[in-house]
Design a protein around this ligand. Structure first.
Ligand code: COI
Length: 354
């Protein structure tokens, strides 16, 4: 545990909170008053500083820009009805960030920097945590390589930062997804399991091509055969076929989502049959055609539970089961939100109170 005095804290002289329209929060466009920053060099991290949110100076030769040593995390803080600020499962994000760091040949972040850093930062900007149940404070930790050097090798210096942003829902309405069979998000042995910035950049063209045709996002399929479903846009993907909750198993191509893990845990505890196994596109389409495809949805921190209402595969578009008939995604989604908001007993100790 880092004590408060171990952080250098430079307070903003005047808060910008009055400029924010909390009744109309977009995703990720407004930022709270403060941010955290720490530098890594000569094998160790500097004392973390919390200071007013603002631009940073970087070298045009900074290696993250050129060669992509850049990783991030996403988690959320919620306001409970009794006014407490709760951060959902920060330890899982810390562990995942260090797994991403290892894959990208970057240094590990000490637990105190990540967990206590979030605690200190969110505590300072508690007024920015929205109260509306559909909103939250999105917390974005990230790390990037800072050597001003054009040689291709792991950087020797890095910056770790945390910024926070009060957010509304990521998707405003149920989604129309297309099964992608040309482009690939991740291949075995690659970086699909890591939260590497480049994973998101390389997904933009295929997503944009679909969006130009009125489709919201893609269902990513395996790189080898494009036969099995992997993720949906920036989310893990789940389907319910004939009462069974199915999702792709964790391999090197699948992001180990915190919402994925939480959802599966709660669904199992509620007694629903859950299978983490390969699900083929053919199985999905067959189920839709024979009336057993009951639910299709994405799960992620930013998106929470995103219902899918339409599915395009090759030249066919299917209207999926009405959202009003969906049981598992709605019930477990609500339970998950209730836990995050402190409305029900957090028996698993998932929330960190700030
Ligand atoms: C998250 O759910 O935190 C994500 O990573 C999605 C983000 C890229 C907006």
């Amino acid at each position: 545990m880092i004590e408060t005095q171990d952080f250098e804290i430079i307070r903003k002289s005047e808060t910008s909170i009055s400029e924010i329209d909390f009744a109309n929060l977009p995703f990720g466009r407004v930022f709270s008053d403060h941010m955290l920053i720490a530098q890594y060099s000569k094998g160790s991290w500097s004392r973390p500083t919390i200071k007013p949110y603002g631009d940073i100076n970087i070298s045009p030769a900074m290696s993250a820009i050129h060669y992509g040593q850049s990783i991030f995390e996403g988690l959320k803080a919620f306001k409970s009805d009794n006014g407490e600020t709760l951060v959902f499962r920060p330890d899982m994000n810390w562990e995942r960030m260090n797994n991403s760091a290892q894959r990208l040949c970057m240094p590990k972040i000490p637990k105190e920097y990540f967990i206590d850093g979030i605690k200190q930062l969110v505590s300072l900007d508690q007024a920015w945590v929205p109260e509306d149940p559909s909103c939250s404070l999105y917390i974005r930790p990230f790390m990037f390589a800072t050597d001003p050097f054009l040689g291709v090798k792991p950087s020797e210096t890095y910056t770790f930062m945390i910024i926070t942003s009060p957010v509304g829902p990521y998707y405003a309405k149920p989604l129309h997804l297309k099964v992608e069979t040309e482009y690939t998000r991740a291949a075995m042995g690659g970086v699909g399991f890591a939260k590497a910035a480049g994973n998101y950049g390389s997904a933009m063209l295929p997503a944009k091509l679909a969006q130009d045709k009125g489709i919201d996002q893609l269902i990513w399929t395996d790189a080898k055969e494009h036969k099995y479903i992997e993720e949906a846009g920036t989310m893990n993907m789940m389907v319910v076929i004939d009462g069974k909750l199915l999702t792709a198993p964790l391999t090197s191509t699948i992001l180990p989502g915190v919402t994925r893990d939480s959802f599966l845990t709660l669904a199992r505890e509620a007694g629903y049959p859950v299978e983490e196994r390969k699900v083929s596109v053919a199985e999905l389409i067959d189920a839709q055609e024979n009336g057993t495809l009951e639910e299709v949805f994405g799960v992620g921190t930013a998106a929470t539970i995103a219902q899918v209402e339409k599915l395009t595969f090759q030249d066919n578009t299917y209207n999926l089961a009405p959202i009003s008939t969906r049981e598992i995604s709605v019930k477990i989604g609500q339970l998950l939100l209730d836990i995050k908001k402190g409305n029900v007993n957090d028996s698993r100790g998932w929330n960190m109170t700030v």
